[in-house]
Design a protein around this ligand. Structure first.
Ligand code: PHE
Length: 445
């Protein structure tokens, strides 16, 4: 598609909502909460906040700058600024999108299943056994397929008519649901322990490599960074956007929803005495929340059914607007690279990704290992590549980032962060995260 006929967002609000839609998802609610529980509470939250501000934010601005400047999908955008030697990095981005969506759709499928249960039959009385049934096998695959169908539908309708419209209806609803549940959780007796666990930092854990690596991976996953999703969304932007302020808005909203999610999950879990089910390295797993929360909702009677329904609807909504952005990376690459129509690209890639989700839908250890590999290796590696590219290869990135920006104070911080701080931090993290992910994968076989 030529630059002149490239699709565009309707404006600032449309883009920012869609980008927040991409950032806010299962990562903020499911992944953030289970990692916080597994990695020791507030220490993890603090590290995640640090990574978001010092590393995530500069990389976010880099992605938006490259996308808007190039007006192309990731592979072509990197080639536009850096020559074809940089195409492989774009290829890694598209591959990450493929990989992440393949299991993201599976988890989103579980949330659809639980929301349906809340609506039609109530939560199961034996949530452990029930989760095993939901999460592994053909049921899991079929729900993932349904969720992917919805994602394909939205993406095939395009930027304004599909993605932007979906985000502008769903994101405000998600905010309202999350705030509502957090307020409700505060009214429960015994919720206090949850706040203490969530907010008191254990400084010994701040220095634990395992916690540091998890926080770094989570920051990129949650902000949708390191695989070209923000870059792709920014490629539908016009010149007059103020990228630094929009980056900040996206990052603050993303952290805000994750932080709020903790205010739903931890008070609920403590009020019902379920902390033993989710906390600590041996119990905290990918599935823990899908067992503990339905257990909590089931013991709360009718109120539990309503709150549980709201909770899983929030997850579906967040998951869908994020899945859309993951698919858009792959679809835009196929449109630019192979000249496919949007409709065909969405359909073919959607089916291929759903099929790739087969193993994850049948074995949760596999899903967990792929999730670790994608986040702690691919996204961190992708962000490292991007920071080096923007900081050392691209000519005058500040001018490209400036565009419609009114303030200029950020320029003196952004480039040094991107050039030196971000690469050094990410190389250090990778030195620890690659062996960790490898061990997890090797343990499967
Ligand atoms: N940020 C999304 C979430 O938190 C997941 C995602 C990752 C989306 C990478 C796009 C790219 O759920």
């Amino acid at each position: 598609m030529s630059a002149a006929s490239r699709e565009q967002w309707t404006g600032r609000r449309g883009f920012v909502l869609a980008a927040i839609g991409s950032a806010v998802g299962l990562g903020n609610m499911w992944r953030f909460s289970y990692l916080t529980a597994e990695k020791g509470g507030a220490a993890f939250v603090l590290l995640y906040l640090l990574f978001t501000a010092l590393v995530g934010l500069p990389v976010m601005l880099a992605e938006l700058t490259i996308g808007r400047g190039a007006q192309r999908s990731p592979i072509q955008a990197l080639a536009h600024y850096g020559g074809s030697a940089w195409k492989p990095l774009g290829g890694v981005f598209v591959a990450s999108g493929f990989l992440i969506l393949s299991y993201y759709g599976v988890i989103a499928g579980w949330t659809v299943r639980y929301a349906g249960d809340a609506l039609l039959s109530g939560f199961p009385t034996d949530p452990g056994a029930y989760f095993a049934e939901v999460s592994e096998g053909w049921d899991s695959f079929v729900y993932a397929l349904g969720f992917m169908g919805l994602t394909v539908f939205v993406v095939s309708r395009g930027i304004r008519g599909g993605i932007e419209r979906a985000a502008s209806v769903m994101m405000p609803a998600l905010f309202a649901l999350v705030i509502g549940i957090a307020i409700y959780a505060a009214t429960l007796d015994g919720s206090g322990g949850g706040y203490a666990y969530y907010l008191n930092v254990d400084f010994a854990k701040v220095l634990d490599w395992d916690v540091i690596v998890a926080a770094a991976g989570q920051a990129f996953f949650s902000l949708s960074l390191g695989m070209g999703a923000m870059l792709t969304f920014a490629s539908y932007l016009s010149r007059d956007h103020d990228l630094p302020s929009e980056s900040l808005m996206i990052a603050v909203s993303d952290f805000g929803v994750a932080f709020l999610a903790g205010f739903m999950v931890f008070p609920l879990i403590f009020a019902l005495g379920l902390q033993g089910d989710v906390m600590g390295a041996d119990t905290g797993t990918v599935g823990a929340l899908f067992i503990a929360l339905p257990k909590a909702f089931a013991t709360m009677g009718d109120a539990g059914r309503v709150v549980g329904l709201c909770f899983f609807v929030a997850l579906i909504v967040g998951g869908l607007t994020s899945a859309i952005s993951l698919l858009e990376v792959v679809v835009s690459a196929a449109m630019d690279g192979f000249g496919w129509s949007r409709r065909n690209a969405a359909l073919v890639m959607g089916v291929a990704i759903a099929l790739l989700g087969l193993p994850a839908s049948h074995a949760i250890e596999f899903l967990d290992a792929v999730d670790t590999l994608a986040n702690n290796v691919f996204l961190i590696g992708g962000a490292l590549g991007l920071s080096i590219f923007t900081g050392h290869v691209m000519r005058d990135p500040v001018a490209a980032a400036r565009g419609g920006s009114k303030s200029a104070g950020w320029t003196s911080v952004w480039l040094p962060l991107l050039r030196y701080v971000v690469p050094i931090v990410l190389i250090t993290v990778l030195a620890v995260s690659v062996p960790g992910a490898w061990d997890k994968l090797a343990a499967l076989f």
